[in-house]
Design a protein around this ligand. Structure first.
Ligand code: GLU
Length: 445
């Protein structure tokens, strides 16, 4: 059966590279297995969820090259959650509890003081009908807890292997708040059943929800999906990534001009058994995903590593890959220009600098008038090609005796106004005889 998977962000902030990891593991797994990739926007928190964030999430996925087959919004699906809650109530698995947060906190402290685990004592289950009526007459509105089955739950996580939880060690989770709003747990399970999700691939921060969710799947009679909890990414100094870290947001990386494949390669491969390297093709990246090989330790996300990967990727991009983007930057030097400069770029947008060097005007720097003067004399007639440089500099060397850096640096400074840059042999024909002659004469051209 082809898999159906989902990426389920809440649109309350910008996605960061750690979220990209979850999105890519889902989307690429579905792509490889001929399955379906669903984007589920977990927007039940109507206060904090914003359509702007949802729109950016879709743009981010699009930029990464992973298009959802289906987009659903939890805010469109409240009636399903209401019906599920009703069914659970009917089965006696969802019960009304009336404690205020202060009362719960007081009990928790008392349990801790006695050396007991701070687990909800199920006092609400013991309320008589009169007691309940009295609480409601006081104006208390109930919140709703799922009655756990106190067994030991066992399952095999696709990343973490055999897992188990003694359910008696957990409090019955609140599924519906007193104001009728839902916590994440129930809508997630209802949607996973409704959409036929076969694998729940998500961050390790949700491991603790798994056993509870399996019991809800079972109570609602839905098939229980497999679970794959991947390790989380931390900053280089070991802190968790937060949606507030704007500079590590996908939007920020996108706006900084990084290549989506560099971001995707790092997001997928860091903390796996594969060496982190730039993978241009998403199908190839998809083939490298092996859930059981994902490390259980947190993986460090290093911005410098991302920049390095980005540069490696840019160096390998073909002219076809970048033609349109170069043209959008006003760079119309064609394939010869791209091949001449690409290995000098950290980001594709750096090509603009070299385009302005080729195309001018730039102010030349005349460091050694004797060498530059002789070079101007020795300029060969057009047409120029990739071999012109060698013949020309041999002639300048013969005329002046200058060689090595003493020969090349004055020429570089005069032709480009810079002391570093791409190889000059392919650059020279792009600069062309007219501009070269004027620059060697010290003119801005
Ligand atoms: N909205 C949840 C989150 O962003 C989804 C968790 C899940 O995938 O089940 O963490």
């Amino acid at each position: 059966m082809p898999p159906v998977v989902r990426f389920a962000p809440s649109p309350t902030g910008l996605l960061h590279i750690g979220n990209a990891r979850t999105a890519l593991l889902n989307a690429l797994f579905a792509r490889r297995e001929g399955g379906t990739f669903v984007l589920r926007l977990d927007d039940t928190d109507l206060e904090r969820s914003k359509p702007e964030f949802a729109a950016v999430i879709e743009e981010d996925l699009d930029w990464l090259g992973i298009r959802p087959d289906l987009v659903v919004r939890q805010s469109d699906r409240f009636s399903l959650y209401g019906a599920a809650a009703e069914r659970l109530r009917g089965m006696g698995r969802l019960y009304a509890a009336y404690e205020t947060p202060d009362e719960l906190e007081f009990r928790r402290k008392r349990q801790l003081a006695r050396g007991l685990p701070p687990i909800y004592d199920r006092a609400a289950l013991k309320l008589t009908a009169e007691e309940r009526a009295r609480l409601e007459a006081e104006g208390r509105k109930p919140h709703w807890r799922f009655r756990l089955d106190h067994c030991v739950m066992e399952w095999r996580d696709l990343v973490r292997g055999p897992s188990h939880v003694d359910m008696a060690s957990l409090s019955d989770p609140v599924l519906v708040r007193a104001d009728g709003s839902y916590l994440y747990t129930l809508p997630s399970v209802v949607d996973d059943i409704d959409l036929g999700i076969t694998q729940v691939i998500r961050g390790e921060d949700h491991v603790t929800n798994t056993a509870v969710q399996i019991q809800i799947f079972q109570a609602l009679g839905g098939p229980v999906p497999a679970f794959a909890h991947h390790n989380l990414l931390t900053t280089a100094s070991g802190e968790g990534l937060s949606k507030r870290l704007g500079h590590l947001s996908l939007k920020g990386l996108r706006e900084a001009g990084l290549e989506p494949q560099a971001v995707a390669s790092l997001a997928v491969l860091v903390g796996s058994a594969e060496a982190v390297r730039p993978i241009k093709d998403l199908d190839e990246l998809a083939r490298l995903i092996v859930f059981a090989h994902i490390s259980r330790a947190p993986a460090k996300f290093d911005e410098a590593e991302l920049e390095h990967l980005n540069a490696r990727l840019v160096h390998e991009l073909s002219y076809e890959d970048v033609k349109e983007r170069l043209e959008a930057l006003g760079i119309v030097g064609g394939e010869d220009f791209w091949v001449a400069v690409r290995t000098n770029l950290s980001k594709l947008s750096d090509a603009a600098e070299w385009w302005s060097v080729v195309n001018g005007p730039i102010a030349p720097a005349i460091a050694d008038p004797a060498v530059v003067g002789a070079a101007a004399e020795a300029l060969p007639p057009p047409p120029w090609d990739g071999s012109t440089w060698k013949g020309w500099t041999d002639a300048v060397k013969a005329a002046t005796g200058a060689k090595g850096k003493a020969l090349f640096m004055p020429l570089r400074l005069a032709l480009t106004g810079r002391d570093h840059g791409p190889e000059l042999a392919p650059l020279l024909p792009l600069i062309g005889p007219e501009r070269a002659r004027r620059r060697l004469a010290g003119e801005t051209a």
